[in-house]
Design a protein. Structure first.
Length: 247
């Protein structure tokens, strides 16, 4: 299914984005939307060595950002190594980062993305971080600390509006898309995205690095696999170096 979504996605650009925002619902609902961003990573499958993943915690409550203690995540496609050295360094320098395995035990927001990464990339490690009681400034500090070079990319996991009728969801999600494209973190709120804090943190850093955000897909569950009376919104964005700063 994942490979099929990737094959149907638009052809990727010549260079892969530094960061993407992608949804984390069941594949039948949001898989095609996520694939539209993941396909853009394929041109640099052999260059990308580390993927920093940030998403909201749906089941556990804690202060800060939670990293796992385990050294790998398992999927039906095999295991994905966790960059434990980076996590140790984060925990020693950034008090908002903690090791808290319980947060990851039943959480889907990051794990749902691993098969996409396994299909698109070659040899890579992940830095999986769940965000709970943290400010977007604290998230931005961690993103900045891990920014790295071409070997490092970022995945922000978030769905958009939840359980509005189709027309209302389309209107609200369009406003969210515009705020992301214009790098306006304070205009992405809790009602607009469950991963609003990681999104806001990325937007803050993207503006500092003069990246541009492009919407590559914007739909909802009413477009993919459910009735339109109550829908969940899904969007995919890529963050690239702007033409004025590249080269």
């Amino acid at each position: 299914m994942v490979e099929g979504f990737l094959q149907e996605a638009r052809p990727a650009n010549a260079s892969a984005p530094k960061a993407i925002i992608v949804p984390h619902a069941g594949y039948v609902y949001s898989g095609p939307i996520a694939a539209s961003a993941y396909a853009r990573l394929a041109p640099e499958r052999d260059t990308i060595e580390r993927v920093v993943m940030l998403g909201p915690s749906h089941r556990a409550s804690f202060k800060g950002l939670a990293a796992p203690n385990d050294g790998a995540f398992a999927t039906p496609l095999g295991t994905v190594r966790v960059d434990t050295a980076v996590i140790r360094d984060l925990c020693s320098h950034w008090p908002q980062v903690i090791v808290f395995d319980e947060a990851h035990a039943c959480e889907h927001a990051l794990e749902v993305h691993l098969p996409f990464l396994q299909c698109v990339l070659a040899d890579f490690q992940i830095v999986p971080l769940l965000v709970c009681d943290a400010s977007h400034e604290e998230v931005a500090e961690v993103i900045e600390a891990l920014w790295g070079g071409d070997e490092t990319r970022f995945v922000i996991s978030s769905d958009l509006s939840h359980y509005h009728d189709y027309a209302s969801a389309c209107e609200l999600d369009a406003l969210t898309a515009r705020a992301i494209e214009e790098l306006r973190p304070r205009d992405v709120g809790e009602e607009q995205a469950c991963g609003h804090v990681p999104i806001r943190g990325l937007l803050r850093v993207a503006a500092r690095h003069r990246l541009r955000a492009l919407t590559v897909d914007l739909r909802n569950s009413g477009d993919t696999a459910s009735p339109r009376s109550e829908v969940v919104g899904y969007g995919a964005w890529v963050f690239e170096q702007s033409a004025s700063t590249s080269g």
